[in-house]
Every structure is written in structure tokens, then in C-alpha cells.
Design a protein around this ligand. Structure first.
Ligand code: MG
Ligand code: MG
Length: 248
């Protein structure tokens, strides 16, 4: 069952989303060679909890941290730890917040210092794909329009869309129906309606679209070790078009 949100609920989700966006601003300020991913996680957890909010991921199916931090070939669900970021890494940081019962969810892939041109192009393409997907999040369009727009941008750049992980509805639960694939056919799938709130989140590989999970049972990597990127916003479909809720 897809839960449509009232205006009041969307405003509560915007407050959660604003905290997520501010947490990302903190991440940007922290990123430098030598910092550990656990230090970033600790700062973000403190920020979230000091604003009467709760990190969505901590304890979710036993996940041990407040953020997912995934470096280079790691795509999603990386566990923060002792790893030190290095000049030239790309690092995906996924942050979820529960505020007054509602979730916000946003991920961004950052460059640590100067990164190779191909990595830069991967980041730019995945961000563009996110924005192309969001542009389709309009009443009367269909889920396939979102996925198709994302896939077009990614594949035109010679990169691959991850198939095994997808976006999702979001609200009182972090993961609600429907699933929001990053591929699809225009004009196909569920019709989008005002009040739907979706986490749109292209996950892109510079090589194969296939993935595997590491021995920690969480960290998802590209099967061939290629660099990967992940950009995500929480978006409400309104009568006036897409409304990005995870902005500062
Ligand atoms: Mg996320
Ligand atoms: Mg998500």
C-alpha cells in the first residue's frame, strides 16, 4: 500500500530532510585525507541527536552505525570504521534521520582532494542522473519515466546502472512501497500522484552493474572493483511538481 502524505506530513518530512542536508554540510567540512570514516559517523550522530532526531540507520536490521560510508568500489551500506580516507578517494555518505516520526534520506558521493578525471565524470554523471530522475517526479508521470531518465543519462556517459538496489517510498517508514528502480521504460509502471514521497537514488558503476556483498555482510561493492557513485534525495510529488525535501 502506498501511503499518500498530507501537506502537514510533507512539512514534517522537510524538517527531517533539512537535518539530513545540514548533516551533509558537516560531512563536506570534515572530509580530508587522514580522517577515519568512524570519526565522520560520530560527528553526524552527535549532530542528529542534538537536534531531537534519531539516525534512521542505527540498529536497522542490526546495522551498527548512524551513516553508511562507502569508499571507491564500495557502493552502499559501508560500515564506518578505522579506515582513513586518502587523497584521490571518492566516498559515498548516506544519511537518514527520523524527526517527529518521519524520515529523510539523502546520499552524496564526495571527492577527497583531487580525483582522477574519470572519477570526476562519474560523480557529475550520477548527480545529473539524480536531477533528471527528479524532473520526472510529477503527478501523471509514471515510475518508468523516472527510471528511464536516470538510465539515459548514465548510459549516455558510458556508465552502468546498478540493478540490484533501488530507490523507495519513504515516510513514517524508511522503506515504503513503491520500489523506485534506476532503469525502466517511459510511460510504464505506477502512475505518480500528489502526496507520494520517494527516495530517488541512482547508484552507478564505472564498470559492471553487478555487485557482491563483502564478508561483513553489509558492504556492497561492484563485482569487478570499478568505482561507484550514489546520489539521493527525498522528493515529494506535489501539484506544483517535484519538491526536494532534503535541502538545507
Ligand atoms: Mg539513503
Ligand atoms: Mg534510500
Amino acid at each position: 500500500m502506498i501511503v499518500l502524505k498530507s501537506r502537514r506530513e510533507i512539512e514534517l518530512m522537510r524538517q527531517a530532510g533539512r537535518l539530513v542536508a545540514r548533516a551533509h554540510q558537516i560531512v563536506r567540512g570534515l572530509l580530508r585525507p587522514g580522517i577515519t570514516t568512524a570519526e565522520i559517523d560520530r560527528h553526524i550522530e552527535e549532530f542528529i541527536r542534538s537536534h531531537d532526531a534519531v539516525p534512521s540507520f542505527k540498529g536497522y536490521r542490526g546495522f551498527p552505525a548512524s551513516t553508511c560510508i562507502s569508499v571507491n568500489e564500495e557502493l552502499v551500506h559501508g560500515i564506518p570504521g578505522r579506515r582513513r580516507l586518502r587523497h584521490g578517494d571518492i566516498v559515498s555518505v548516506d544519511i537518514g534521520v527520523i524527526y517527529r516520526g518521519y524520515h529523510g534520506d539523502s546520499a552524496w558521493t564526495y571527492a577527497v582532494g583531487d580525483i582522477p578525471a574519470e572519477a570526476r565524470r562519474l560523480l557529475e554523471t550520477t548527480e545529473q542522473a539524480l536531477m533528471a530522475g527528479i524532473a520526472q517526479a510529477r503527478a501523471g508521470k509514471r515510475l518508468g519515466d523516472i527510471g528511464h531518465a536516470i538510465q539515459q543519462v548514465v548510459e549516455a556517459a558510458g556508465f552502468a546502472v546498478i540493478r540490484e538496489y533501488v530507490g523507495h517510498g519513504i515516510g513514517r517508514e524508511m522503506h515504503e512501497p513503491p520500489q523506485v528502480p534506476n532503469y525502466g521504460e517511459p510511460g510504464k509502471g505506477l502512475v505518480l500522484r500528489p502526496g507520494m514521497t520517494l527516495a530517488i537514488e541512482p547508484m552507478v558503476s564505472a564498470g559492471t552493474w553487478e555487485t557482491r556483498v563483502l564478508g561483513d555482510k553489509w558492504t556492497v561493492v561492484s563485482a569487478d572493483g570499478s568505482l561507484t557513485a550514489h546520489f539521493e534525495h527525498t522528493v515529494a510529488i506535489t501539484d506544483d511538481g517535484p519538491d526536494i525535501l532534503t535541502l538545507p
